[in-house]
Design a protein around this ligand. Structure first.
Ligand code: PMP
Length: 285
């Protein structure tokens, strides 16, 4: 899919514009030095799902990456509702991104101003054709807060993920499982990971991962249903002995894992249960 060919209306710096006119200069600071922040938000039945949580994280990411916009959560929400209406979106995806202009070509951002862009398009699930996906353990490690602000959903944090996704696909896997700098399990290239073992769910601490909004929702569902969820540092051997493994994210929702390298996972009980509970929440929104 070539996203530059999307049609309809987008929002760029206080204006609704035709998608074909949504251009920025090639000497854009965020293109050269990264550091933009963004969100991915689902639209189900014409309503943005968990919008408040996503916009709160977007503004928190701005603070952490020293980007400044003069729009409140309510103002951005209104823009998003207008875009859904203007583009007649029923089941889709919203991509707000905040980035710098072209007033610097060095890491010095003191002269730069922030820009906001919001795109929207019709979109189904990321792994829509697959009931389960396969993972291979990647070589590059996920960075932690010693290296960059982990809580920010920033373009800069995806460099290792891009390479590991590429390598995983070359090896015939759907995605890569990445470890932290101490070789504990972290997350996949763009999703959080959980596993189920002895009737308990396990998931990594947040020091090296994006604390996903879907992750937090799944943990709430588990708590409500009195299924224990243990958050900690776990080595690879822990997940290899699990009964079930699954990943969570806005673009993929809840997806089961069929195998990690040679190890196969054949059960689906907790994944089916969580998918059903997640669908109920979507239908309530
Ligand atoms: N980790 C990474 C690295 C991600 O890019 C994403 C997708 N935003 C997630 C986890 C899942 O986060 P969320 O549930 O908020 O989409």
């Amino acid at each position: 899919m070539d996203y530059s060919k999307l049609r309809g209306y987008f929002f760029l710096n206080n204006k609704y514009i035709k998608a074909s006119k949504a251009n920025i200069h090639i000497l854009n600071h965020s293109l050269h030095f990264s550091g933009s922040v963004f969100e991915g938000i689902r639209v189900y039945n014409g309503i943005p799902f968990l919008l408040g949580k996503h916009l709160k994280r977007l503004l928190c990411s701005c603070d952490l990456m020293k980007l400044h916009i003069n729009l409140s959560i309510d103002e951005i929400s209104r823009i998003i509702f207008t875009l859904i209406k203007k583009n007649k979106i029923r089941d889709g995806y919203i991509r707000p991104i905040i980035f710098r202009d072209s007033k610097s070509m060095s890491p010095d951002i003191s002269g730069c101003e922030s820009q906001i862009f919001i795109a929207i398009w019709n979109w189904k699930l990321l792994f829509k054709d697959k009931p389960k996906i396969s993972l291979t353990v990647g070589k590059l490690k996920k960075m932690d807060q010693r290296f960059f602000p982990v809580k920010a959903k920033t373009s800069g944090s995806y460099q290792g993920s891009i390479i590991e996704k590429y390598n995983a696909t070359l090896k015939g896997f759907d995605d890569a499982l990445m470890l932290d700098s101490n070789n504990n399990i972290a997350e996949t290239t763009a999703c959080n990971i959980f596993w189920y073992k002895n009737k308990k769910v396990f998931t990594p601490k947040t020091h090296s991962i994006l604390n996903g909004i879907t992750r937090q929702i799944v943990m709430k569902i588990l708590k409500k249903n009195k299924i224990e969820c243990i958050v900690g540092n776990f080595k690879r051997s822990h997940i290899m002995n699990a009964d079930e493994v699954f990943i969570t994210g806005t673009a993929s929702e809840v997806v089961g894992i069929s195998k990690i390298d040679e190890k196969k996972y054949t059960k689906n009980d907790i994944v089916i249960f969580l998918k059903d509970e997640f669908d109920k929440l979507k239908n309530l929104s």
